[in-house]
Structures are given as structure tokens and as C-alpha cells.
Design a protein around this ligand. Structure first.
Ligand SMILES: Nc1ncnc2c1ncn2[C@@H]1O[C@H](COP(=O)(O)OP(=O)(O)OP(=O)(O)O)[C@@H](O)[C@H]1O
Length: 311
């Protein structure tokens, strides 16, 4: 039997960003309309930041500001985010760490507009606009991209067609002419090579039958082709071997530009050695309880964190 959302997803792939397509796929409902975050890609390796230089760097314009954010699971009403505050400025890299179940993934999904969650109090301003009022596809259009901890399949939607259609939808929104398959192929091919992916992956359905590592790389491929002002990366390092993490980090670093930002969830030091964070946040019970520079991550172990009260 055909997957229930396959036809809708195929149509929607033309029109929507990957993040919205994936929400819709997981929520088993049809996708809506075109979205196209700006693609702003240039290369600028991030330098290591000390606490002092991190503070000194906080002069960029605020990209995202969350204030006293509370959110619950829509179905059960269970409160997950419990008064979270966060400011991400242009050009910054934020690492989100903390114990299992502290709400890190939920925060990202709430920011991206996942339909399973409801914001019950607080505000989120993204590029000067009220993010909470925006539909998921509008958030994507505004420049938010989320890569999932467990990327879902979109059966029946060819991976290359998905990229081409999503990219052209974005270009259309920006008033740019559509590109033909042959025009974007060299660009996509170069990015596939940078991620050390097999080009055959472009001819397969999105994530269908992909290994865990291939799914993760495919998420980063989407990000690098489509671009984002704010990339939310949920454990892009989990399930990847060392070489793969280096490939992924290289691509993410290559996308960093003065005006775009990254927030990444990780449990591991090694990712932070490769993608240098401006700030590290420790999350506990639905809110950020500690913010510091890279050195804060050394207090985090694989089960979450050591005694944060002593940090
Ligand atoms: N849709 C949902 N339905 C029910 N409970 C949920 C849902 N989403 C999140 N939760 C619960 O909210 C809490 C926070 O989950 P979340 O995935 O955000 O944590 P996390 O910090 O990302 O954890 P991990 O490090 O294990 O990935 C968990 O107890 C989780 O079970």
C-alpha cells in the first residue's frame, strides 16, 4: 500500500521547505505552500571564542529572541519548556547541551513550528517578527531550517527533485528565475562530493532506505543547497563516524557567514572542536540554566552534565 502522505508529500516537495515537509510527513497531513528562505552562503571559518571575546562579539543584530517561553505537548498538555530565555545574534554559533529529556529537541521543534507543540506563554521574535504567529512554512520561508535527530522518509519523492523544487520555490519567492535541473546539478554534485555522499543518493526517494549516517548527511545536503538564516541542527553528530562528522562540520562551517547563525544540540565535545560555538548553553527541565563559552562544555558528560551548581 502506498504511504498515506506520499502523493501529498510529492506535491508539497515542490512547494515547501524540507523542514515543513518533514513535519507534515510525520504528522501525516498534506503540505501547504511555497516557502523559500534566503540562501546566503559564504565561507568564513569560525574562530575560537573566550568568554570575554564571546561577550565582545555580542554586537550583531538579534536574529532570534525567546523570552519566558513556555510550551507543552498539544495532545497531553504536558509542559516541556518552562520559561526559557535565549538570544541568538547574527553570525553566532550556539551549542545546546544538557541531560536527556531536558527539552532541547522540543525547543528546536517549537521554534520551527512543529504541530505537536503549543506555546502557552512567552514570546519569540525572529528578525523582528513574531515567530509564534507564523505557520511552519512561513518560518522556513523567513529563514529557519531544522535538521532532525531522526530524519523521516518521504517515499515517492525523488531526492534530487525535492532539492530542485524546494530551491526553485525559494528562488521564486525571492523573485529569482527558476533554475533547470541541469543548471543546479553541478552545484548539488559539488555539495554531495563535499559530504562524501554517493551521487546515487540523489536518484532515490528522500531518506528511503538510507542508513542513519546517510540520512544525517542528506539533511546537511538540504541545508547547504537551500541555505538558512538560522540553522537548527539536532544531534547532527549522533550515529556518524569520525570522518562523517568532519565532512558535516566542514560543510556547516563553510555556510557560516556574518549574517547567519547556527544552534546545534550535541552531547559530545568533538563536534564543538569542529564547529566552534560562540556560546554553550546548558538546558535543564525546560529552560537554559547556564550559558558560557566553549569551556562550559567540558562540564558536560555523556549522560548530561556534571554538577552544574559547581560550574
Ligand atoms: N510529542 C511528545 N509527546 C510526549 N512527550 C514528549 C513529546 N515531545 C517531548 N516530550 C517529552 O518532553 C521531554 C523533553 O524531550 P526532548 O526530546 O525535548 O528532550 P531532549 O533534551 O532533546 O533529550 P535527548 O537529549 O534525549 O534528545 C521528554 O520527557 C519527552 O519525553
Amino acid at each position: 500500500m502506498a504511504p498515506p502522505f506520499a502523493a501529498a508529500a510529492a506535491a508539497a516537495a515542490v512547494a515547501s521547505s524540507s523542514s515543513y515537509a518533514l513535519f507534515s510527513a510525520s504528522a501525516d497531513r498534506p503540505l501547504l505552500r511555497h516557502q523559500m528562505p534566503p540562501s546566503s552562503i559564504s565561507v568564513r571559518p569560525r574562530r575560537r571564542t573566550t568568554a570575554a571575546s564571546a561577550a565582545a562579539e555580542s554586537t550583531g543584530r538579534a536574529l532570534l529572541e525567546a523570552r519566558d517561553l513556555f510550551a507543552c505537548v498539544k495532545e497531553s498538555g504536558e509542559e516541556i519548556l518552562t520559561g526559557l530565555n535565549l538570544t541568538i545574534r547574527e553570525g553566532e554559533v550556539h551549542a545546546l547541551m544538557g541531560p536527556n529529556g531536558s527539552g532541547k529537541s522540543t525547543l528546536m521543534k517549537v521554534l520551527a513550528g512543529h504541530p505537536e507543540y503549543e506555546v502557552t506563554a512567552g514570546t519569540v521574535i525572529f528578525k523582528g517578527e513574531n515567530l509564534i504567529d507564523m505557520e511552519p512554512e512561513e518560518r522556513s520561508l523567513a529563514g529557519i531550517f531544522m535538521s532532525f535527530q531522526a530524519p523521516v522518509e518521504i517515499p515517492g519523492v525523488n531526492n534530487y527533485d525535492f532539492l530542485l523544487m524546494a530551491l526553485n520555490a525559494r528562488r521564486e519567492k525571492k523573485g529569482l528565475p527558476a533554475l533547470g535541473p541541469l543548471q543546479i546539478f553541478p552545484i548539488v554534485e559539488e555539495k554531495v562530493r563535499a559530504l562524501d555522499m554517493n551521487a546515487d543518493i540523489l536518484n532515490r526517494a528522500v531518506n528511503e532506505g538510507f542508513s542513519g549516517g546517510e540520512r544525517k548527511r542528506n539533511e546537511i545536503l538540504q541545508l547547504s543547497v537551500l541555505g538558512a538564516d538560522l540553522a537548527l541542527l539536532d544531534e547532527i553528530d549522533s550515529g556518524l563516524d569520525v570522518d562523517a562528522i568532519e565532512d558535516v562540520a566542514k560543510v556547516v562551517n563553510g555556510m557560516l557567514a556574518p549574517h547567519n547563525s547556527v544552534m546545534m544540540i550535541t552531547h559530545y565535545q568533538r563536534l564543538l572542536d569542529l564547529i566552534k560555538p560562540s556560546y554553550v548553553h546548558i538546558m535543564e527541565k525546560g529552560k537554559i540554566v547556564k550559558t558560557g563559552d566553549r569551556s562550559l562544555a567540558y562540564y558536560v558528560d555523556e549522560s548530561g552534565y556534571k554538577d552544574i551548581a559547581t560550574v
